[in-house]
Design a protein around this ligand. Structure first.
Ligand SMILES: [Zn+2]
Length: 396
């Protein structure tokens, strides 16, 4: 079965990939006309960005397809001075800003109402190029591209990152002092092969335990369900009361419960991200499981229940942040049959699994069921890494 990764899964993998980028900032020596032209670009860029952010605010989405459909033509008409590629870059930029606003301020989601004032412009490779020390930047429609000589890349940067590829840049203008700098953002290509030698940690979420990894590390769920049940019981009692003070206590309790989940997720993600000698952490694409569950395909009732009661998405998000700091990448794999497949012989059968136990009906292999699933997740991730590597090594 072909598995198309959900958007969340794609975003998470990408977020953990940021570690493979390095940035160097260089001062630019621009002529006055060049500077003035770029100030104009920044002005238009900022207005377009603000308009995109308020679109996200009011439509409560960062979906790129919708964003493009609703805004592209309008922005092209509104800012004919900007080359169209700036609109695409601006959309990516605004969506990213919106996303980090939402995740940093969960209480004020979709309420960014920002105006962009900083005189910075994001460039992608369609809008710029670097040949030796010569930097070329697009400006306004109908104007010539700007050519300017940059200073040498410092030796330390060359030594640390000999194999790198320019990916994007950020132009920073200071109108007060009439100075300009450019941040060149490089993608590092050799970390991949370096990391491929490291181990992959497969993590199974929300089956019997809260989290079980392929090395046998476990975060148990027992005490958690006790706490959750207590909250549910108190909630019911307060709801039945229905008084104003009950309402207030209900609200406070909701906050406490959310903090409880958050604390546990912080704990578990910290444990996962500090596993020694791993280059990757592999998770199942849970959004995909939910979608399958809605379609009524075979996902255990217990699991569906657990997925609905616990914020595993938050757990994956926290793990991603912490993993990045430890130079660990996140991989999201196809979740189908990970709990029914025997890791030893590959035989898939629903009857292999009996609650917390796994006993293969074909080869007789026995294991903790969650651990067996975690091993399957790990192996699936290793397989996808090999495929990725094979793809990047095809010449041309
Ligand atoms: Zn078997």
């Amino acid at each position: 079965m072909a598995h198309t990764k959900s958007r969340t899964a794609q975003r998470r993998e990408k977020a953990s990939n940021l570690v493979q980028q390095r940035t160097i900032v260089l001062p630019l020596d621009l002529e006055t006309e060049q500077f003035d032209l770029l100030i104009q670009v920044a002005g238009f860029y900022n207005r377009m960005w603000s308009s995109l952010v308020s679109w996200c605010d009011s439509n409560r989405t960062v979906n790129r397809t919708r964003m493009q459909k609703d805004n592209y033509r309008r922005l092209r008409e509104q800012y004919p001075q900007l080359p169209s590629q700036f609109v695409c870059v601006g959309m990516r930029d605004a969506a990213g800003a919106m996303r980090s606003w939402n995740s940093n301020r969960p209480k004020r989601k979709w309420n960014m109402r920002a105006r962009r004032k900083a005189m910075t412009v994001n460039y992608d490779l369609r809008l710029m190029s670097v040949r030796g020390n010569m930097l070329t930047l697009s400006t306004l429609q109908g104007e010539k591209r700007i050519h300017t000589l940059m200073p040498e890349i410092p030796l330390w940067f060359d030594t640390l990152y000999p194999t790198r590829k320019l990916n994007a840049a950020k132009l920073m203008l200071d109108p007060k002092n009439h100075t300009a700098r450019i941040a060149l953002i490089y993608r590092l290509s050799d970390t991949f092969t370096e990391q491929a030698r490291l181990d992959v940690l497969g993590v199974d979420l929300g089956q019997h335990s809260l989290a079980m990894d392929s090395r046998g590390g476990e975060s148990k769920a027992n005490n958690i369900w006790g706490v959750k049940r207590r909250y549910a019981h108190n909630r019911k009692t307060l709801q039945e009361k229905g008084t104003r003070s009950a309402h207030r206590r209900l609200k406070a309790m909701k906050g406490r419960e959310e903090r409880f989940i958050r604390d546990v997720n912080h704990c578990v993600s910290k444990r996962l991200a500090s596993t020694p000698n791993i280059g990757y952490i592999a998770f199942e694409d849970l959004t995909y499981i939910r979608r399958q569950a809605r379609k009524g395909t075979s996902t255990g009732r217990r699991r569906r229940n657990m997925l609905n009661q616990w914020s595993f998405s938050q757990l994956q998000e926290f793990t991603t942040y912490k993993a990045v700091r430890n130079n660990i990448r996140i991989l999201m794999v196809d979740p189908s049959y990970t709990s029914q497949r025997c890791n030893r012989c590959g035989y898939v059968d629903q009857r292999n699994r009996n609650h917390a136990r796994f006993d293969c009906k074909r080869c007789g292999w026995s294991d903790n069921a969650d651990h067996n699933a975690a091993l399957n997740i790990r192996d699936r991730a290793i397989k996808s890494l090999h495929e990725e590597q094979a793809k990047t090594h095809i010449p041309g």
